[in-house]
Design a protein around this ligand. Sequence first.
Ligand SMILES: [Zn+2]
Length: 254
Amino acid sequence: MLKFGQITVVATIALLTIGVIDFFFKISPILYVTILLLWFLIVALGSFTMRWQIFTTAFTKGNQNKKQVAITFDDGPNAEFTPQILQILKAYNAKATFFCIGKHIEKYLGIVQQILAEGHTIGNHSYSHATNFGFFRKTRIVQELSKTDALIKKITGSTNTLFRPPYGVTNPSIAKAVKETNHTIIGWNVRSYDTVIKNPTKVLNRLKKRLSPGSIILLHDTHSRCPEIVERLLQFLKKEGYEAVTIETLLTKN
Ligand SMILES: [Zn+2]
């Protein structure tokens, strides 16, 4: 996939070329506007589409040669639903990855400890999960990541390197920030829309249709439907011979 810099260079060259031609033969101004709009559209869509990797490297799937998937939960931990989900994961001997929000970690240290004690992975999902996170400058993003990592370190004793950007947004500021903090960005290739679709069966049908070996599945441990979805998903995975593993295991070569 093209990088942000390359896209900008191509757009600039196109504008300059049209400018030169325009000097000799009159060209409609619509052409300039079209190129600018195209540039804007690609960059805007790219910031919401991590797998395009326009701004930075992001892992959106793992090894496709093994029947393994990584179930990931964003926005927790949640006092009510995370413990229920942990219980279900344990019953199916499944491992998962929880991308936690720093301010929630502060509130529910015990749940984070339980997540780790039961063999799951914790990742950084920013400190505030602010709605305008995509507009934060690099320094503020670095602060958010460091603050959450410090909380994780206090519990785990080890340094976290996994980051999932809020809303799945990547942009030049986030790219610069993770370069500085040395985080690995983890995206997904199977989105459940579990916070939007209120019918668990519909969510499951989406997941069943889309998942394949190496899939990274996005769910949220923040709503009452999640435990049911997880249980039925694990039943399906078991039936199909899939193993639910942590992100680290999924991304391990071999
Ligand atoms: Zn989130």
